[in-house]
Design a protein around this ligand. Structure first.
Ligand SMILES: *Cc1c(COP(=O)(O)O)cnc(C)c1O
Length: 390
């Protein structure tokens, strides 16, 4: 059976490849400590689960959902943006429910990119920006994120020919995988650049609630006039331990909200209304702030543990102030892929090589903090033993 030619454009999905390595090691009897998975291991808050159970019993929720999201969900998202960022959103024209931001990001590309069009993609980055651009026949142009520039792209290095064909620029702060947090001034620079070149600025704010050491991450929509050129994806996945629930929102630019909604209307029929209303419990709940603070305290404790071990072992890194990742360079001049597979082989510790997120990730690996403290300590201990033999 022949699949479409475009299937060849898809690299093996990073995590599928890691899963394969992990399965092989486990089959050899290795007790693998997986420091690769960016998926909270803590449960979803009980209030959200209870609300889902109640909503699931309501026959009003059993029919097709409103494809743009329920009015209650969209109003609650708007209320959250007002409280958290001081941003006013019209819930009818500037807010759309998505089935997780991955779905929204993927379909946004189909709404804006014709064959041959350019999409500006950070390097390293969440792999979806690049893979969906390729599927849509677009051309990803990589914007290297360098440590010396705080992992923020150098817009001045982009070529005029690429900018003329650029339709979307993706940014993601707090950033996966580098853990960098952008300031409002940096986001303002991106908004001005997008406006000058008539590009849709798509800001992926999946980690906007996950920061440490007193840092508060901004929404791109805090920049005055940003909604004229910017769309932001907010997701409940990471802050509320809800990756399995598949719920988030696209907010901002009305042309993008309308276009994405039209693609969705022709593709999916939206998320189960009961799930949207369970999300309302989290986004509107007075317990949410303290819940997020508690989760962040857990991640910060693990971050400190990782950072102190890595310093001792001579790794190079910037102390993360956001996300639940540590982006770090092991000593020596092995390539990341070689380092990662050798590490797995010798110690049973799995870390994704930086190159899995783009060529600029060479030399780095990404350590995720979504693993309980005891296993994390086990992994770090083995790292130390393993490194002595390297
Ligand atoms: C985890 C993650 C998401 C979340 O995707 P959902 O589909 O909302 O679960 C989006 N962007 C980045 C960069 C992520 O790491």
């Amino acid at each position: 059976m022949k699949t479409a030619d475009r299937m060849r454009l898809l690299p093996p999905y990073l995590f599928a490849e890691l899963d394969r390595l992990k399965t092989e090691a486990r089959a050899r009897g290795v007790d693998v400590v997986d420091l690769g998975v960016g998926d909270p291991e803590q449960p979803t808050p009980a209030a959200v689960v209870d609300r889902l159970c109640r909503e699931a019993g309501d026959p009003a929720n059993h029919r097709y959902p409103a494809y743009e999201g329920s009015a209650l969900f969209r109003r609650t998202v708007a209320g959250y943006y007002q409280r958290r960022f001081g941003v006013r959103l019209d819930h009818d024209r500037e807010v759309l429910a998505v089935i997780g931001s991955k779905e929204g990001i993927s379909h946004l590309i189909w709404a804006f990119v014709d064959p041959g069009d350019v999409v500006l993609v950070p390097d390293p980055a969440y792999p979806v920006y690049r893979s969906q651009t390729l599927l849509a026949g677009g051309r990803p142009v990589l914007m290297p994120l360098e440590a010396g520039r705080g992992f923020f792209p150098d817009f001045g290095a982009l070529r005029r020919e690429d900018l003329e064909r650029a339709r979307i620029m993706f940014l993601n702060y707090p950033n996966n995988p580098t853990a960098a947090v952008a300031t409002r001034e940096q986001l303002a620079e991106a908004v001005a650049f997008a406006r000058r070149h008539d590009i849709l600025l798509c800001h992926d704010a999946a980690y906007v609630e996950m920061t440490y050491d007193g840092v508060v991450a901004p929404s791109v929509l805090e920049v005055p006039g940003a909604a004229e050129v910017a769309l932001e994806f907010y997701s409940l996945s990471k802050p509320f331990n809800m990756t399995g629930w598949r719920i988030g929102a696209a907010v901002g630019n009305t042309v993008a909200v309308e276009a994405l909604g039209r693609i969705k209307n022709n593709t999916d029929s939206g998320q189960f209304t009961a799930v949207q209303h369970a999300a309302v419990e989290a986004l509107g709940g007075d317990w949410a702030e303290s819940f997020i603070r508690e989760m962040n305290a857990i991640y910060r404790r693990r971050r400190d543990l990782v950072v102190s071990h890595l310093s001792e072992l001579g790794w190079e890194f910037q102390v993360p102030r956001g996300t639940f990742y540590v982006w770090a360079k092991p000593p020596g001049d092995r390539g990341s892929a070689e380092f990662a597979s050798e590490l797995l082989e010798r110690t049973g510790v799995l870390v994704p090589p930086g190159t899995a997120y783009g060529p600029a990730g060479e030399g780095y690996v990404r350590i995720a903090l979504c693993i309980d403290d005891r296993r994390l300590e086990e992994g770090l201990g083995r790292l130390k033993e393993g490194q002595q033999g390297f």
